[in-house]
Design a protein around this ligand. Structure first.
Ligand code: APR
Length: 248
């Protein structure tokens, strides 16, 4: 790992326009379970039954019961970890320009990162299915499910459910950012969900170095990414930042 850390430090030092793509893996060390793999949410629930728009329309109470228990309560307790903080410091150094995240937990912003594209929306806000009013999740009374807007409409997470489109602004900006970057850090994603998993391909095709940080290889490894640093986001980002902030 030392050689790869040194390589990443060199690539980041030489970068004029570095960006990051993050997934659920970067928030595991904050106590938020991933979707796939060991302890993944989709090992316990069928995503088509609790995270698809058709399922929400068919039975919003069921979706709310699971989402609230499994996501809201966990997100409400979560704090940014060294992975999120490392990216924030990389941003403050002027190296990292933008974070594209698939996560709906708001932890990049909580760590202080300023340019964050929420590719799958956010769980920090709920949206009325009737009048489109947005309400901060912390103000939602979840004692009665499904919670309702003052207009009487059912509230839903302002996040992208399966079967729904990526918000056009988020998609357009991410494609543009990926095409212009010279280094893309790909942290904590299994890279199996489209179109997010295409961002590293756009970056690589545009000549960027794609650096994966993940304890496990992904479909990008050896095919799209320039190299994989096998390890947890917190530990690897700490080592990269230590070398960048205290050279020699
Ligand atoms: N640090 C970094 N990565 C880790 C860590 C860690 N400590 N622990 C596990 N990982 C890696 C896993 O090896 C896996 O590759 O994080 C990845 C998590 O993958 P997923 O759970 O599939 O999460 P993600 O890629 O973000 O899922 C994409 O799928 O279900 C939908 O909308 C949901 O945004 C989500 C999308």
């Amino acid at each position: 790992m030392d050689t790869l850390i040194a390589r990443a430090v060199t690539d980041l030092k030489n970068a004029r326009n570095a960006v990051a793509l993050t997934g659920a893996g970067i928030s595991i060390e904050s106590g938020i379970p991933p979707f796939r793999g060991k302890g993944g949410l989709w090992e316990r629930f069928d995503p088509m039954e609790i995270a698809h728009i058709d399922a929400f329309v068919a039975d919003p109470e069921l979706v709310w019961r699971v989402l609230v228990k499994e996501l809201k309560e966990v997100i409400d307790r979560a704090l940014p970890n060294d992975g999120h903080k490392g990216l924030e410091r990389l941003g403050r150094m002027g190296i990292l320009k933008t974070v594209i995240t698939q996560n709906v937990d708001g932890l990049h912003q909580a760590a202080g990162s300023t340019d964050v594209i929420e590719f799958h929306g956010t769980f920090a806000w709920q949206r009325c299915t009737e009048c489109e009013t947005r309400v901060p999740t912390r103000d939602v009374d979840a004692s009665v499910l499904p919670p309702r807007c003052s207009c009487g409409g059912i509230l839903r997470p302002d996040a992208v459910l399966f079967g729904e489109m990526i918000p056009p602004e988020a998609l357009w900006r991410s494609q543009e950012v990926a095409a212009r970057c010279d280094v893309m850090l790909v942290i904590g994603t299994s890279a199996v969900v489209q179109p997010a998993a295409s961002m590293p391909i756009i970056a690589r095709q545009s000549g960027a170095r794609v650096i994966e940080i993940n304890p496990e290889p992904t479909p990008l490894t050896g095919a799209v990414s320039s190299y994989l640093i096998r390890g947890g986001a917190g530990e690897v980002m700490n080592r990269i930042m230590a070398a960048l902030e205290h050279p020699g």
